[in-house]
Design a protein around this ligand. Structure first.
Ligand code: FES
Ligand code: FES
Length: 157
């Protein structure tokens, strides 16, 4: 049965009326209008839907909104703007790491978690962190280069 939830997304509160089992991804895309978290597999297998929940990379396609309470949810729209991109967003552009771009939301959000938790992350750390994120276009090497570039720009690697 539908209930009212207040979601804290990118520093703003949003009211959503839905079944508590509804995946966070649906609320983000359909109710709040944030379309960068992608629907890929819907089964926690590809990473395209990844957002941060209290700083932790979370697959929003399998995260029911009923369990979120007032957790801080961050989507890629909350990282930076076109005029002022986050270092990760800029590095992905500089390395031309996207081909179709479908996986990039998840790659960047997982990389954000990594660089926040492990400022001295190495190439091996980046590869391990992103191992569960699928890219059908095969731009993996450029994606890794972009994360390492962002780490350097942030003075972390
Ligand atoms: S859509 Fe969520 S992991 Fe694939
Ligand atoms: S750039 Fe196309 S799926 Fe990764």
């Amino acid at each position: 049965m539908a209930q009212k939830f207040t979601l804290n997304v990118n520093g703003k509160t949003h009211s959503v009326e839905a079944d508590p089992d509804m995946p966070l991804l649906y609320a983000l895309r359909d109710d709040i209008g944030l379309n960068n978290p992608r629907f890929g597999c819907g089964l926690a297998q590809c990473g395209a839907c990844t957002v941060l929940v209290n700083g932790k990379a979370t697959r929003s396609c399998v995260t029911p909104i009923g369990g979120l309470g007032n957790a801080e949810i961050t989507t890629i729209e909350g990282l930076g703007t076109i005029e002022k991109p986050h270092a990760l967003q800029k590095a992905f552009i500089d390395e031309q790491a996207a081909q179709c771009g479908y996986c990039i939301n998840g790659m960047i959000m997982k990389a954000k978690e990594l660089l926040d938790q492990k400022p001295q992350a190495t190439e091996a750390d980046v590869r391990e962190a992103l191992a569960g994120h699928l890219c059908r276009c095969g731009t993996h090497n450029r994606i890794v280069a972009a994360v390492l570039r962002a780490g350097k720009q942030m003075g972390r690697i």
